[in-house]
Design a protein around this ligand. Structure first.
Ligand SMILES: [Zn+2]
Length: 307
């Protein structure tokens, strides 16, 4: 996307959000810092469409459902693994990784606008199958965790058919809950935001997995380093085994070489030991969490045999 296109679409988005009328969200703080790439947003003050693609929309709020229920939310029909994004800047306040119940894999985003947004029926399948066995990183984007700050437009998960959507076409069931009110039908807001196009403005951490190996029976030790995109913030890291979170730490141990190489302080190493690993060969990856907002990133991965 070129910059002139981005500007034009930004203006269109702002106009569309204002036109949404009573459901227009209140202003949220603009993000700060120099954009250096990564996924993010058209405009940090605007409501962003929850999918990374345009889809047909029809208002099904209140439509009859099984057991005498009515439909509480909107269904956005899209292929499995379509990325879902934060509709506003805010904080991830719930991640549910379970196929039980109606919702299945679910995220709750609490916006800086005070609203709660629910992303329901996220992917639970190994891509290309309907096996109900997705890894954490096939339901949610790398490193997503409760308490994480996200920017409007930042990818957070993947469309699927988990929960009671297992027998339906894949879709995102999306709910908007207003503070002090509860669930509302925000169809007009979704429709207005459909034209939104996100660009890339987030600043992501970077680093490396230097070593990963078995150090004892059923035990893997993982070492490396991580730096925030700018500044001296320490970077939280999560070790993923075969796509699922298995251990975490903060990259704050001594690594004088990294400090010299990047002109930063010397305490940006990590050293994580993960126990209880079954025998076999495991894919080890390290997810680096942005200490502020704007998404995580992943280091190189390693295959580790464990006896
Ligand atoms: Zn639904």
């Amino acid at each position: 996307m070129t910059h002139p296109q981005t500007k034009t679409r930004r203006s269109a988005l702002i106009g569309a959000v204002l036109a949404a009328g009573s459901l227009a969200v209140s202003c949220v703080p603009a993000s700060s810092g120099a954009p250096t790439g990564g996924a993010s947003v058209a405009d940090p003050s605007g409501f962003v469409f929850p999918l990374e693609r345009t889809v047909p929309l029809s208002d099904t709020f209140g439509a009859p459902r099984s057991g005498g229920r009515t439909h509480q939310g909107q269904d956005l029909m899209a292929p499995k693994m379509t990325r879902v994004v934060a509709v506003v800047s805010g904080t991830i306040t719930q991640i549910r990784h379970s196929n039980a119940g109606n919702a299945g894999n679910q995220i709750r985003l609490t916006g800086d606008d005070g609203w709660n947004y629910y992303y329901i029926h996220l992917n639970n399948d190994t891509p290309g199958t309907d096996d109900g066995r997705s890894r954490f990183d096939q339901a949610f984007v790398d490193g997503l965790r409760v308490g994480q700050r996200v920017l409007a437009g930042e990818p957070i998960g993947y469309v699927g058919d988990s929960g009671n959507a297992e027998s339906t076409a894949p879709h995102l069931h999306f709910e908007a809950h207003a503070p002090g009110v509860g669930i509302v039908n925000n169809f007009a807001q979704l429709k207005a935001a459909l034209v939104a196009v996100r660009d890339t403005t987030a600043s992501r951490p970077f680093g490396a997995l230097d070593s990963a190996g078995a150090v004892a029976p059923n035990t893997i030790r993982v070492q490396g380093w991580a730096l925030a995109a700018q500044g001296e913030d320490t970077v939280p890291v999560t070790v993923y085994l075969n796509g699922n979170p298995a251990g975490s730490a903060t990259a704050n141990t001594a690594r004088a070489d990294v400090g010299v190489a990047y002109g930063r302080g010397g305490n940006h190493g990590f050293d994580v030991t993960v126990g209880g690993v079954v025998a076999g060969t495991h894919e080890v990856c390290v997810v680096l969490h942005n200490p502020t907002a704007g998404g995580g990133s992943r280091t190189n991965c390693a295959l580790v045999p464990v006896g």
